[in-house]
Design a protein around this ligand. Structure first.
Ligand code: SF4
Length: 124
């Protein structure tokens, strides 16, 4: 069966080392991040996020880094390029440009996500 990132039932069981040589399908899926991630990424200060999450959202939407903010979950949606790539994904190397500072959800994948423990691997 062909692996399709939009069809989690086609994903394969994750094993260590699988990320090497991968095209980065997981970095083409919607990514929601929290205020602590914004601070770690250096795109908002801890004071700013304490004072007003909505103001931070307004600033980052204007900057083109996040596309929306959901008050109910207190999460910000990272911008995706027109081809689905994450704002922080390098289109040529297919590597994360902020790897050391990447959001918590990216660190936990594929432990979390649409099908925990499984991966939409696609070779380069
Ligand atoms: S922040 Fe980095 S690891 Fe997370 S989805 Fe974007 S490119 Fe991938």
């Amino acid at each position: 069966m062909k692996i399709d990132k939009d069809k989690p039932w086609t994903w394969i069981k994750y094993k260590e080392g699988m990320c090497s040589g991968c095209w980065g399908s997981c970095c083409t899926m919607p990514v929601e991040i929290g205020a602590a991630d914004l601070v770690r990424l250096g795109i908002a200060s801890s004071d700013e996020v304490e004072i007003s999450r909505k103001k931070v959202a307004k600033k980052l939407i204007k900057k083109g880094v996040v596309s929306s903010y959901r008050e109910a979950t207190d999460l910000y949606m990272l911008v995706q390029r027109s081809n689905g790539d994450c704002y922080y994904l390098d289109s040529k190397t297919r590597l994360c440009t902020v790897y050391e500072l990447r959001p918590g959800v990216c660190r936990e994948f594929p432990g979390v996500g649409p099908r925990p423990g499984f991966c939409p691997q696609r070779k380069k």
